[in-house]
Design a protein around this ligand. Structure first.
Ligand code: ADP
Ligand code: MG
Length: 260
């Protein structure tokens, strides 16, 4: 596979116990090297979509990464291309943060020799601002610290497709932006496709080149933030009366005046 492969999704269907959540969802190619945000109301199917892309729920349809049809790969082969960071993070292991990151790297297609792996793991923790947590037990971390440790585990796997499910939900404002900035840098450095579920529209608009808006399992808007996010969309999808303005730096701002 080439270093910078786009993600193409065609006719993806997935659900639970015979109930469809996604019914034939397609996406224009998702470019590598930048961040793509996936937003939408609760229960829209965002997690189901990421899990279907990762092969973690049974799905029908085509999920291509460059020339590779992921849907045809078995679990371990697919896991070499795709990493999914779940929304809730059970970290009941007895490992330290550093050990967990080393273990993630060892289990990946990007496994490095021991010494280089250690350096890379420490550098990743440093970039996430949690080098001081390296020797702490995962079980003894706060929710936000655990989220950052989990992201470090995902990054050392160096997947071609990184799926982040609400990666900033437990983080303070500085770490929210820190995580998005790092994800953007790593996406550009490695030519990686990054799809991140986010609830904060301002944060998503600040860092994502493209926003895909999902409602009831269907794509209802897709494009650069300033085109995708409109008052009509916010009323229809979220049921809020809102103004959408650009601040002096051109970033999208959403002001909610009430419920529609
Ligand atoms: N494991 C499951 N079993 C049955 N239904 C589920 C399961 N996970 C999610 N669902 C249902 O699928 C729909 C989409 O859920 P989900 O993809 O988690 O939404 P989102 O991440 O957008 O909030 C919801 O109606 C939810 O109740
Ligand atoms: Mg979800």
């Amino acid at each position: 596979m080439s270093e910078a492969a786009a993600l193409a999704v065609q006719g993806l269907s997935a659900g639970y116990g015979g109930r469809a959540v996604l019914a034939g969802l397609s996406l224009p190619p998702v470019r590598p090297g930048t961040l793509t945000g996936l937003i939408g109301p609760n229960a829209a199917g965002k997690t189901t979509l990421l899990r279907a892309l990762a092969g973690l729920v049974p799905a029908k349809g085509s999920v291509r990464l460059g020339a590779v049809e992921l849907a045809r790969l078995d679990g371990p082969a697919r896991a070499r291309h795709v990493t999914y960071m779940p929304q809730s993070l059970p970290q009941r292991s007895g490992l330290t943060v550093l050990e967990s990151v080393l273990a993630a790297g060892r289990a990946s297609a990007a496994a490095l020799p021991e010494r280089a792996a250690r350096l890379h793991a420490l550098e990743t923790l440093e970039r996430l601002g949690i080098a001081d947590l390296a020797l702490r037990s995962l079980a003894a971390l706060s929710g936000g610290q655990r989220q950052l440790a989990s992201l470090a585990q995902c990054l050392v796997r160096a997947p071609a497709l990184l799926l982040l499910d609400e990666p900033t939900s437990a983080l303070d404002i500085r770490h929210q932006h820190g995580v998005m900035q790092l994800a953007a840098e790593v996406a550009a450095e490695r030519g990686m496709v990054v799809l991140a579920v986010l609830h904060d529209i301002a944060l998503a608009s600040r860092w994502c080149a493209r926003l895909v808006v999902l409602a009831e399992g269907a794509v209802v808007a897709d494009g650069p933030p300033e085109a995708a996010i409109t008052p009509a969309l916010l009323a229809r999808v979220y049921g809020v009366q809102a103004r959408v303005e650009r601040c002096s730096r051109g970033q999208v701002q959403v002001m909610v005046d009430g419920l529609a």
